[in-house]
Write a protein that binds this ligand. Structure first.
Ligand SMILES: [Zn+2]
Ligand SMILES: [Zn+2]
Ligand SMILES: [Zn+2]
Length: 412
């Protein structure tokens, strides 16, 4: 039996992140005092005392300059510390879990550090957040009336904190023809995702850059991507988000001519899976879940097939160039990083453990092989040579067989 207060990978990390962002006075004061102590002691211990101990005579002007810098540092630390005391705060009570907290009044997007719920706060700290329903998708968001325009976490449509304005219906849904707001990334009558709206919010290349900079860490990847926009979604929002990502990957895959595109696809797949996990926790009996998960596995199968196709092609080309001792092709390591790490596998396994008990789930491919590429790093860590990709071939074949025997019964 699932723990009812269980939090998804995303939510746990989001709450950790919210806690680490110093929203309270006590944390701000602590950081200020640490800075102050450092400002007073460090110049003394690192510069002044060693000079005296070594008997080095410093010119008078240099000594004066040193003291001026030191005092400036201490003054800055005092300003930071005092600011943390006088910086105005406001009391925020989460409408979902009732947890109350004093946070700095200039925080505009407050993520509850207990449940991960989002509250949008305007300038006037006397105003209490009210619940406002999205006129397009119905998502309930806590927002103060002076906040202004904000983007709906579920559907991407701009909303007004003061009044519910019906969005302008500017274009027809490509599937059912119903007119939709320009920004919406799904059709509320037939559930079709609209990529044009969605791509404005999720940029694969941006995701990848962040990942490469910060390493294999889903938290920063997700937070860097959209920040608190991610936090305000409910189960149906997470489902829309997951399906929109899957549609994006599907639109990119057939055009993939370089291996780095596949890395982006796996990164996006990991994000889709984390969203699926959120759906699973919020509404475990959601009838869309088995279908969406089936599509996740189908798309992964597509990524594997594309990877195999590109790698085979490279081997083919290089062996034709130089008969006999064909050198293996070199790839920039940044292009291989995600394919080596396979960040989606962890998320997929977590979901498999939860979903295997659900009704209507026929079982996925069963197992997920990791470390499919055997890579040797060359050129001082800048490039990689793929020594062996036979595991990619085996996995691609296994997934193709699985797809043949388990066609999708219902579109996710
Ligand atoms: Zn809460
Ligand atoms: Zn909405
Ligand atoms: Zn439609």
């Amino acid at each position: 039996m699932e723990n009812p207060t269980a939090k998804s990978l995303f939510r746990t990390e989001m709450i950790d992140y919210a806690r680490s962002r110093n929203p309270t006075q006590r944390k701000g004061l602590k950081a200020g005092l640490i800075f102050l102590a450092f400002a007073i002691v460090a110049p003394l211990l690192l510069i002044e005392l060693p000079l005296v101990a070594a008997g080095i005579v410093v010119f008078e002007t240099m000594r004066v300059a040193f003291y001026i810098c030191w005092f400036a540092l201490v003054a800055a630390a005092i300003v930071v510390t005092v600011r943390s005391i006088v910086r105005p705060t406001r009391r925020v009570t989460c409408w979902k879990c009732n947890y109350g907290q004093d946070i700095f009044a200039d925080i505009r997007k407050y993520v509850c550090t207990e449940c991960g719920n989002l509250t949008l706060l305007g300038n006037d700290k006397m105003l209490v957040p009210q619940l406002s329903d999205c006129p397009y998708c119905g998502l309930r968001t806590a927002v103060t009336s002076d906040y202004g325009i904000f983007v709906c976490s579920n559907c991407g449509v701009s909303r007004d904190s003061e009044k519910a304005v019906a969005p302008q219906l500017e274009r027809p849904c490509p599937r059912c023809g119903t007119r939709l707001p320009n920004e919406a990334f799904f059709c509320s009558s037939c559930s079709q995702t609209i990529l044009a709206g969605f791509h404005r919010r999720v940029d694969f290349a941006f995701l990848e850059r962040l990942y490469l900079r910060l390493g294999n860490d889903l938290r920063y990847m997700r937070w860097g991507q959209t920040e608190p926009w991610d936090a305000g979604r409910d189960a149906s929002g997470h489902l829309i988000y997951a399906r929109a990502i899957l549609d994006s990957i599907e639109s990119v895959l057939p055009k993939a001519e370089k291996i780095n595109v596949l890395g982006r696809c796996l990164l996006a797949l990991a994000n889709a899976l984390v969203a699926v996990e959120d759906v699973l926790l919020d509404s475990p009996n959601n009838s869309m879940l088995p279908g969406v998960l089936h599509r996740v596995d189908e798309i992964y199968s597509g990524v594997l097939a594309a990877e195999l196709r590109l790698l085979d092609l490279e081997v083919d080309v290089s062996s034709r160039l130089d008969v006999g001792s064909a050198p293996k092709p070199k790839y920039p390591l940044v292009d291989l990083r995600v394919l080596i790490d396979e960040p989606h596998i962890t998320a997929r396994k977590r979901i498999e453990n939860r979903i295997s008990k659900l009704d209507g789930y026929s079982g996925g491919p069963g197992s997920w092989q990791e470390r499919l590429l055997k890579v040797t790093v060359v050129d001082e860590g800048k490039a990689g040579i793929i020594e062996d990709f036979s595991k990619v071939r085996d996995e691609a074949q296994r997934f193709t067989d699985w797809r043949l025997h388990h066609p999708a019964t219902e579109l996710g």
